[in-house]
Design a protein around this ligand. Structure first.
Ligand code: FAD
Ligand code: GLY
Length: 374
């Protein structure tokens, strides 16, 4: 009955792609099953920030370590993916400014900076004048900023595509428009998946279905608390770049890409899969962007888009084997940081599948058993 693989990965986003790439490098026979097209959901919508320090706040525990270790993988990964797939993920390392516009922000960011320095990571404080000396187009209203030298960014859709193409080059089969409808489970062990047109037998199954993970697990009669959080973005183009560093503030970030392109993100709306771009969302972002960077008012509008982030109840991703069903792995719930966390997620899941002990990271907080009721 059906086709045989070592591993079937459900979901063709950045997480499924990274895992496929790592498993293919280890000689596994892998199939990726994507209900639409590769990299067209959250991974295709992301701004691509590698904001390991800027997005984590005071957190310096396992989630921060996951982010820091994953960020460190990008320089070598960018080279390797270009070699294998021909896709340039445009890794840019020009630092990130987390902006303070009130005295409360100044206080909070200085505390965050102290936590990160204590954990051994570079974080510097710039006064408002120093910020404007570095980035002259930024507003006079900025009181200061936490400067993080090592938080860069990539092109998110290219990263997801590069993972899949590299995996394919190593023998992975990528099937688009192949929605997985159910799992084959025999005596507590997963044995394969069933799509709308075929049954695929395999040793392990990985659920990397992003914001749809909660829905998918319900469909196969299991519970996993993952829900969608919509985000809208837009981009503009200028002849001369308005910024060099990425700028991150309350409810708005500005990410300068090559060629004078600037991504402005992102709104946050929980519990909806609706990907419509709204006037309300984009106009709010435009107002916030103009307050930070007044000159953006004269930039040429390029386009706007939306995606749905996969969030969990405790804010941590699920990374590991299902407690009740051997061979069934979850890699989902990366919320705002799936691009950043994708390289290490691929390695961790491949290690777990190979039965390797994870020594240099505490992955207990990410175990599937912490929350799942079957
Ligand atoms: P997805 O990319 O959504 O992939 C899941 C795939 O599974 C989808 O393609 C879906 O079609 C498929 N699927 C679902 N169900 C099935 C099924 N039954 N059968 C087959 N296929 C199925 N992260 C960062 O690190 N940095 C950022 O700057 C950043 N910016 C963001 C900005 C926005 C506006 C948004 C929305 C997100 C942003 N993120 C960012 C978050 C990041 O995009 C996500 O965390 C990440 O893309 C999640 O990857 P994924 O592979 O889990 O999900
Ligand atoms: N990490 C940026 C976002 O999710 O919007």
């Amino acid at each position: 009955m059906g086709l045989n693989y070592d591993v079937a990965i459900i979901g063709g986003g950045v997480i499924g792609g990274s895992i496929a790439f790592q498993l293919a490098k280890r000689g596994k026979k892998v199939v990726v099953l994507e209900k639409g097209k590769i990299a067209e959901q959250s991974s295709g919508a992301a701004a691509g920030m590698l904001a390991a320090q800027v997005e984590m706040g005071r957190e310096t525990g396992p989630m921060f370590q996951l982010a820091i270790q994953s960020r460190a993988m990008f320089p070598q990964l960018a080279e390797e993916l270009r070699e294998r797939s021909g896709v340039d993920i445009s890794l840019i390392n020009k630092g990130m400014l987390r902006i303070a516009t009130t005295q409360e922000d100044v206080q909070e960011l200085k505390e965050v900076m102290a936590c990160q320095r204590q954990a051994g990571h570079f974080a510097d404080w710039l006064t408002g004048d120093e910020v404007r000396k570095t980035e002259p187009a930024l507003s006079d209203a900025i009181l200061g900023a936490m400067y993080i030298e090592h938080d860069g960014h990539v092109l998110a859709p290219e990263l997801a595509i590069a993972f899949h193409k590299s995996a394919a080059q190593l023998g992975t089969e990528i099937r688009e428009f192949a929605e997985v409808k159910s799992l084959l489970i025999e005596q507590g062990r997963v044995k394969g998946v069933v799509t709308h047109e075929e049954t695929i037998r395999c040793e392990q199954v990985i659920v990397a279905t992003g914001a749809w993970s909660g829905q998918f697990m319900e469909q196969v009669n299991m519970h996993l608390p993952v829900y969608p959080v919509k985000g809208e973005c837009f981009s503009v183009i200028t002849h001369r770049p308005l910024l060099q560093s990425t700028v991150f503030s309350h409810g708005c970030y500005l990410v300068p890409k090559r060629g004078g392109r600037l991504i402005v993100g992102a709104t946050v709306k929980e519990h909806t899969f609706d990907r419509k771009v709204t006037i309300e969302g984009v106009s709010a972002l435009m107002e916030r962007a103009k307050r930070l960077l007044p000159g953006i008012a004269h930039a040429e509008f390029e386009k706007a888009w939306a995606g749905v982030r996969p969030q969990t109840e405790d804010g941590l991703p699920f990374l590991g084997e299902h407690p009740e069903h051997r061979g069934l792995y979850l890699a989902t719930g990366h919320f705002r940081n799936g691009i950043l966390l994708s390289p290490l997620t691929g390695v961790l899941i491949a290690d777990l599948i190979e039965g390797k002990e994870i020594l240099d990271l505490n992955i207990r907080p990410f175990q599937v058993s912490r929350n799942v009721t079957v």
